[in-house]
Design a protein around this ligand. Structure first.
Ligand code: SF4
Length: 228
C-alpha cells in the first residue's frame, strides 16, 4: 500500500494520548479538508509502495512498542488495510485506526478513532473551489458512522474552529448514536499559540455539553512538523 511515512512517537490526541505508539501513515484521501495538516497525503499525495511484510518488519524492529496507529490520509480506502490489521493483531499489537468515518471496512481494530469532518473543513476558497462540492457530499455519511460506532470500540474527535460548530457536532452525534463521553473536541490550529487561544472557549463548551476537551500534544511539544 502507498505509505507516506512511518515513525515512532507518542499518541498526541484522544483517549490514548501520551501512549508510545508506532504510526503508519497511508497516502491518499477521499476528502480535501481546508485545514488538512497532512496535505502530503491528500492535496498532493506523496509516498511509496510498501509490501505488508516490509511494514511488519519495520513495526517488529521497534522493540518495546505495543500500540500501532494506522492513519493517513484515509487508511480505510486502502484495499490491503484489513490484511495489515490482521497481521498486526496476530502479532499482539493494539491497533488504532484514524478515520474520517466516510468508508466502512471490517478489520481488526481495538480503537476506531473517528473524526467526522464539519462544514468548517470544506475548501470553498481553495483551488477555485474545485474540490469543494465533492468534499461536501462525502464528508458526513450517517450510515457509515452508525455502523462504525455500533461495531467498534470508538472515540469521536471533532476539530472545532468556532463555538458555533457545536450545533453541527450535536447533530452528527445524534445521527450516529455516539455517547457524549466518547466525544472529544479539539481546537483547529497548527501552532501552540492558536490552540491556546481557542482552548478557553472550547473548554467551556465541553463543560456545558459533557464532551471531553482534547489537547493536541504533538503540536504543543513539536510544533507543526512531519514525522513526530
Ligand atoms: S480527512 Fe484527514 S487527511 Fe483527508 S483531507 Fe481531511 S484532514 Fe486531510
Amino acid at each position: 500500500m502507498k505509505i507516506s511515512e512511518v515513525f515512532a512517537s507518542i499518541q498526541g490526541e484522544g483517549i490514548l494520548a501520551g501512549v508510545p505508539s508506532l504510526f503508519i501513515r497511508t497516502s491518499g484521501c477521499n476528502l480535501r479538508c481546508r485545514w488538512c495538516d497532512t496535505p502530503y497525503t491528500s492535496w498532493a499525495p506523496e509516498g511509496e509502495e510498501w509490501a505488508i511484510n516490509r511494514i511488519m518488519e519495520w513495526v517488529e524492529g521497534n522493540r518495546g512498542y505495543r500500540h500501532v496507529v494506522l492513519t493517513g490520509g484515509e487508511p480505510m480506502i486502502q484495499p490491503e488495510l484489513p490484511v495489515l490489521a490482521r497481521r498486526l493483531g496476530d502479532a499482539g499489537f493494539h491497533i488504532t485506526v484514524e478515520t474520517a468515518g466516510t468508508v466502512y471496512v471490517e478489520l481488526v481494530c481495538h480503537l476506531m478513532s473517528i473524526s467526522p469532518k464539519l462544514a468548517n473543513s470544506t475548501p470553498w476558497e481553495m483551488e477555485g473551489g474545485r474540490r469543494a462540492e465533492a468534499h461536501e457530499k462525502l464528508r458526513i455519511n450517517g450510515e457509515v458512522l452508525r455502523r462504525l460506532v455500533s461495531k467498534y470500540d470508538y472515540q469521536l474527535k471533532f476539530v472545532v474552529g468556532e463555538p458555533g460548530d457545536v450545533e453541527e457536532i450535536r447533530q452528527v452525534i445524534q445521527m450516529c448514536g455516539g455517547a457524549p463521553e466518547r466525544v472529544l473536541l479539539m481546537p483547529e490550529g497548527r501552532t501552540a499559540e492558536v490552540l491556546r487561544k481557542r482552548a478557553g472557549w472550547l473548554v467551556e463548551l465541553c463543560k456545558q455539553h459533557g464532551y471531553r476537551y482534547c489537547p493536541r500534544m504533538h503540536v504543543e511539544i513539536y510544533g507543526d512538523r512531519r514525522g513526530v
